[in-house]
Design a protein. Structure first.
Length: 380
């Protein structure tokens, strides 16, 4: 690569940065992608058998599904819930007690899913912030605390017994920490099939792999309508810049003063023999204040073990446990709060990713939006 001046430079090779690059390539735009890795929080194990980051995809991830290979379906019957020393499954006689609450929750979820799918389409050409603000229902649930929302619709006890554990294992958050938008989004697997997957990285980058540099960016400056980007000992220049990194890194360059609160988690990839406490079902869901958040059984007789703070004793759950890998996701996302951040930061700068709404598909679409705006800017 001889030139160091490009029309657009994308910083970050997670799903949103790759989506932006893919769309720019489709329009024959000039760009460079700089990233420390390819995939970001879609992080596979060394042998490629497990995902250490994003764990599942929904069947309505229309863009993302083109670049993943589906594995086994995750079904509601595969879950075991943990409440202190008590364990139970979803399809138990006690579920009848909560049937009316579940019917109300399902009705809300179908309403949300319809609005959410429309939002995805709108967000390809409208910023996520503007699109949510223009939808009264979605904006209302984004600005409402999930605990208040649950109370308003009188689904508290069913949420506490079942939904809170599913949410704690996927968002690593308590109900009273998240907004109602996130609450509804992460309950969508109740009505939308979800699957484990592997990311087909080579298929994703095949058309633009010669426009990728593996490296880190340490500084960005803007002067006279041009950006100067420092990566290692090199400097690159561009008219447009797309920040596709974690929000806590991007915000200083994008002038973002306030973000939603980050959540973090630890993940262990473990080989061991499961004890009876986790042997009945494939997925173990816990709830606050448990330090253990979730345990997922993989098809190769290994496990993903998620916990919040200090590593708990593995002997409670496994015989002869062996740690294959450890990953501290800090952050795992920024979903707790009511702050909506504008993607278009002015001066031909675009901020993309999951800082407003979590999810692979939502992040992907922010990349499409930024690319579409750049294509418009470059039209004569």
């Amino acid at each position: 690569m001889t030139s160091k001046t490009f029309d657009t430079i994308i910083i970050g090779g997670g799903i949103s940065g790759l989506a932006c690059a893919k769309r720019l390539q489709e329009h024959n735009e000039d760009f460079l992608l700089i990233s420390k890795d390819i995939g970001g929080r879609i992080l596979p194990s060394e042998d490629g058998t497990a995902n250490y980051g994003a764990f599942f995809v929904c069947l309505d991830y229309y863009h993302t599904l083109k670049y993943v290979k589906l594995k086994n379906q995750i079904r509601l019957r595969d879950f075991c819930f943990h409440e202190g020393e008590d364990t139970y499954v979803l399809f138990e006689p006690a579920l009848i007690k909560y049937s009316f609450q579940f019917l109300k929750a399902l009705r809300l979820l179908y309403k949300f899913r319809k609005a959410f799918r429309k939002l995805r389409k709108v967000c390809e050409n409208t910023s996520q912030k503007e699109a949510i603000e223009n939808d009264s229902f979605l904006h209302d649930v984004y600005m409402k605390n999930a605990a208040d929302f649950v109370k308003e619709y009188a689904i508290e006890s069913g949420t506490d017994r079942y939904l809170s554990k599913g949410l704690y294992s996927t968002t690593f958050s308590k109900i009273d920490e998240m907004n109602a938008f996130s609450f509804l989004e992460f309950c969508l697997p109740l009505i939308t099939p979800i699957y484990r997957f592997s990311f087909e990285k080579d298929k994703m980058i095949e058309s633009f792999k010669d426009k990728i540099i593996i490296g880190s960016v340490s500084d960005i400056k803007h002067k006279d309508g041009k950006y100067k980007i420092k990566s290692g000992k090199d400097f690159f220049h561009s008219k447009n810049i797309v920040l596709a990194t974690e929000i806590n890194w991007s915000q200083r360059f994008a002038g973002v003063k306030k973000t939603n609160l980050p959540v973090d988690t630890n993940m262990l990839h473990i080989k061991g023999n499961p004890k009876s406490i986790i042997a009945k079902k494939e997925y173990q869901l816990f709830s606050y204040p448990s330090n253990v958040q979730a345990i997922a059984t993989l098809k190769d007789e290994t496990f993903l073990f998620y916990y919040k703070n200090k590593q708990p004793s593995l002997d409670r759950y496994f015989a002869n446990p062996k740690i294959i890998s450890h990953k501290h996701w800090k952050p795992a996302g920024t979903i707790n709060g009511h702050t909506l951040i504008e993607c278009n930061r002015g001066n031909n700068m675009f901020l993309i990713g999951d800082y407003n709404v979590a999810g692979l598909e939502e992040s992907y679409i922010t990349g499409i939006f930024a690319a579409n705006q750049i294509v418009k800017l470059n039209q004569p």
